[in-house]
Design a protein around this ligand. Structure first.
Ligand code: NDP
Ligand code: 8X3
Length: 250
């Protein structure tokens, strides 16, 4: 039986490209997000390559998370690979000016949402003593940059949870690892700057950022290693980037 991958945040950016990459390799897909039309488009695009099921839920809503995952049809109930990818930055402000709504969004989505989804899926992996969880962290989970405060905290939490899951699930043979990307051109900055596209575009000007495809290829490499190999923690930046604050621009 082909493996089934559950991907959160599959409607855009890194998650969507992971879906495309996995479909190329004929993994069966459960694609999640809140934008139904994007889920439908992607399902239509990929269903000639593999079996695709879509789930529409907000990762912040624990009841909806549980209900969505419980609603999976019999042939999609066994999840072999969980890609915890849904997340965003909201705002880029000094701590003294930060918006409480932005802080709630980042902690509720990037941290608690990841936990709700994981909590709903891990028990079946434990019962089978097999599974692979890939958490999408960030370089922001490895260092803190000016005005990044709460987003960086949320991604440091993902880094801690990646380690914690690996420790606790070790006895069950479940692989747990993270990809921590630097600057990737997606809708990330549009969300961070609340649709100010001029500001968002500037983030990626004057150098060649990573593409979501770059990250997706790494994700496939990780999940396709032999079962005794677990890539525990991987950081990837574009060549122009040395750290969160050092980017060589033309
Ligand atoms: P995008 O904005 O392009 O994609 C974000 C995805 O997350 C969308 O599919 C969105 O789906 C989903 N999402 C956001 N909020 C929720 C929610 N409340 N419930 C369910 N799904 C949600 O950004 P990226 O692809 O860049 O981001 C993906 C991950 O990569 C994030 O965790 C981000 O922190 C991380 N990352 C990004 C980097 C970058 O530079 N772009 C670098 C390092 C890490 P929908 O809106 O349909 O719900
Ligand atoms: C996204 C990368 O540097 O914008 O996590 O935080 S950064």
């Amino acid at each position: 039986m082909k493996k089934t991958a559950f991907i959160t945040g599959a409607t855009s950016g890194i998650g969507r490209e992971i879906a495309r990459q996995f479909a190329k390799h004929e993994l069966r897909l459960i694609l999640c997000g809140r934008r139904q039309e994007r889920l439908d488009e992607l399902q239509q695009e990929l269903s000639s390559k593999t079996d695709v099921h879509t789930l529409n839920f907000d990762v912040r809503n624990r009841q909806k998370v549980v209900a969505a995952i419980s609603s999976l049809p019999e042939d999609f109930k066994t999840i072999d690979i969980l890609i915890n990818n849904a997340g965003n930055a909201h705002g880029l402000d000094p701590i003294q000016n930060g918006s409480l709504d932005d802080w709630d969004a980042m902690l509720d989505i990037n941290v608690k949402g990841l936990l709700y989804v994981s909590k709903a899926i891990i028990p079946q992996m434990v019962a089978r003593n097999s599974g692979h969880i890939l958490n999408i962290g960030s370089t922001a989970g490895k260092e803190v940059y000016p005005n990044g405060n709460v987003y960086c905290a949320s991604k440091h939490a993902v880094d801690a949870l990646n380690q914690g899951m690996r420790i606790d699930l070790n006895a069950h043979g479940i692989r747990v690892g993270a990809i921590n990307p630097g600057l990737v051109e997606t809708e990330f900055s549009d969300v961070r700057f609340k649709g100010n596209s001029e500001r968002a575009e500037k983030v990626y000007q004057g150098y060649q950022p990573l593409t979501p495809q770059d990250v997706a290829e790494i994700a496939y490499f990780i999940i396709s290693r032999p079962s005794h190999v677990n890539i525990a923690d991987l950081m990837v930046m574009c060549t122009a980037q040395a750290s969160s604050t050092i980017v060589k621009k033309s």
